[in-house]
Each structure stands twice: as C-alpha cells, then as structure tokens.
Design a protein around this ligand. Sequence first.
Ligand code: GAP
Length: 429
Amino acid sequence: MTKNKTNLEDIVSLAKRRGFIYQGSEVYGGISGFYDFGPFGVSLKRNITNLWWRMFVDGRDDVFGIDAAIIMNPKVWKASGHVDTFTDPLVECNNCNSRFRADKIDISKCPNCSKLGTFGKAKMFNMMFKTNVGPIDSEDSIAYLRPETAQGIFTNYKNIVDTIYPDMPFGVAQIGKAFRNEISPRDFIFRVRELEQMEIEYFVHPDDWEKSFEKWRADIYEWFRALGLDEARIHELDVPESDRAHYSKRTIDFEYDFPIGKEELMGLAYRTDFDLLNIQKATGKSMEYIQKGSNNKFVPHVIEPSFGVERVMMAVLAEAYTEDEINGEKRIFLKLPTELAPVKFCVSPLLKNKPELVKKAREIYTILQKKYHNVMWDDNGNIGKRYRRQDEIGTPKCVVIDFDTLTDGTVTVRDRDTTKQKRLAVKDL
Ligand code: GAP
C-alpha cells in the first residue's frame, strides 16, 4: 500500500538531506526568507521553468519571451502604484518587540510572548527592497529591486509592438527573480523574500478580456497536469474586491492543498489598461495599438497569469513525496513526472572494486549521458543504499551493470515506482 504523507517537515528534511534546498547563508546562521538550491534543486527548478517556457512561449505563436533588467528606473514603481500601495500592515509588540503582519494574526494577543494588548496601531510597511544606483547614496539615487517581473514586460510592450509587429491578442512572457521584503517569511519556500516568477502579460482588445480570461483559466490546468498535480487538490478562489491587488478588476487565485493547508499557488488577474495607461501618463508616449488593416486604435487590456517558481516546487515536492513498504522496510521516494526528475537515469557497476564492471558501466554511462544529459554516475555504498538515494532524488530508472552484462550485453533496469527489475539489452535502453 502506498500512502501520500505530505508533511512539511518530511519535505524540508528530504530537500536538505538529498541536496535540493538549503537554508540561505546557513553556515553563518542563515537569513530569514532566503534559500539556496543544491544540485538536484537547481535541476528540478530548471526543469520546471523549461517546461513552462516550452508550454507557454515556444509552444505558442502568440507569446514572445523577454528578459528585462531587475533594477529599473524608479519612476516605473511610482507610476505602477507600488511606491504608494505595495504595503502590508505592520504591528510591533511593545513587550517582546516581535513584528507581525497585522492581517495575519489575532492582534489582541502577541503570538510570540502571549501578552495581551501589546500592539499599537498598524503602520503600513512598503515591501520593496531599496538600493542606490551609482556611488552617491542619496534620495536621487534610490532604486528598487523589482517586486514583480510584470513591470519589465509593460515597459517593453512598445518595443515588442514596434519590433515584432504582433497580431492582437498577444502575450509577453518572462521568468526571473523578484524581491519582497515580507514582514513574516514562513513555511519553508512558501513565502520567501527572494523569489522567482514566471509571468505572462497577455494584451487583448478591451472587449475581449473575458474571453481571454476564461481561455487562460482553462489553459492553466494543462500546466497543472504536466506538473503531475492532482486536480482534486486545486481550488479556485474568486478574490473579492477588498482583497485584490490595486491594479486588478478580477483575480482568481489557484490554491493548492499544500502540507501547510490550502494556500495560493498562483494567480490569474485582469489588470485592465491600468499599467499601460500609467506609463502613457507618466511618459507622454502613446501605448495605443493600431489594429492591423484598419485605423482602429486602442490601449490594450491585460490578462496576467502569474506563477511563483518556489510555490510550484513546493507543490511538486509535496505531491511527489511518497512512502511505502518494501519487504517490511519503510521506503521514501519522489514520484516525480520524468520530465521534472533532476536525474533521468542512474548508472552503477554492481561492484565498485571490479575494474571490468566499472569500465563497462562507464561506457554505458557515457552513451546515456550523451543522449539524455541528466544521467548520474553512482557507485557509493552498496546497491540497496544507491536505490534508496535515487528513490529520494526521484530518479525514474537505475541501470546496473553486472557480470552478465560482460557476456550478453544486458543490464538490470530498476523502476523507481514499482521497484521491479528487468533485464534489457543496452541498445534497447
Ligand atoms: N505580477 C503579479 C504578481 O506579482 P502576486 O499574487 O503578488 O502577483 C504572483 O504574485 C505569484 O508569485 C503568487 O501567486 C505566488 O506564486 C508568487 N509569490 C508571491 N509572493 C511570494 C513570496 N513572498 N514567496 C514565494 N512566492 C511568492
């Protein structure tokens, strides 16, 4: 029997022990809200972002990719509304000085020291990280680390129109880092201060926004399926006006049953012409699109599917984490879709101290490596330990070279999910 035990501590522990995710600056005692990705974590992350790019950019003829700079002219953030409204309510306990987001706690009692009535009035705290550009540290040199990748797309909208001549509707996509000085980073990589986003701004005729919104709403499920997420764990929340971002007229949050409960995985927002009109106002440059074959001009409206890479990773790890029992022993494995698995094949000689086996295994490793790239050589410990390690990394197939390989050219291929083994000719791998 296989049971899906999605416990956050189990995921955190596996992620650390198998080289997926480490606490940022851990050797110095860490820094809250920042994480580092180890060898298998970076592979999993790349496989996720590559899959996304293939599905939403390379796989379509109406979406174009860009990669904008993280630091932008600070006027961007004034015009976008982030300087004035990208804020969370901050309260501080006057007994223990702990700080919290006022909207996330019961402010009658401090969650840290349990004293009653220690919070004053909430202050609005802007979540953008500030820096200075150039050698002079002054008000005039202030810049921000972008809190969303979206503005890099809006500021390039005109460049795309003038250089690519896209038909309407069309989208512009970007994957990149964003930074938010969250008051309370929490739950492993769920809420972090340095995150990666995969965003599309989809420009549409104002009359067509609902049609495009519904199309994206459906297309997003194709993505969930590719990630191997169980649709029964996905829930849509039509966000009420009072909780929507300042730019949105409609937002659907796609929530997932994370180990920490039902929480936002990604969002789909109707940003109207809010951003392009702000750019137009601030720069005096027209953001109008001229409909091909007519003189019809309009400022496009925008549908924005916005995906957070860390939350996708957390959902994928939670979904894939599986425990079962093999011959009375507990086994943990990551049942990852092959496309996402950091290692596709692991190749081992049955015995490490037999040069003829090692030589043959190296030959087979090289063949597979050339063809599949994500192939791992593993000759540490005994074969049982190797299987256990590869199961926890999520490697779909382990290939073992033994003495029969030398005579009949076959190898043992062991399947991660069933643990069944079969013999295959090397040429049939
Ligand atoms: N451009 C729109 C935008 O940024 P958002 O709802 O603030 O919208 C989009 O963020 C997605 O980015 C979220 O659904 C989530 O997946 C991810 N995200 C946002 N803040 C995050 C954080 N502090 N840590 C991890 N992921 C985050």
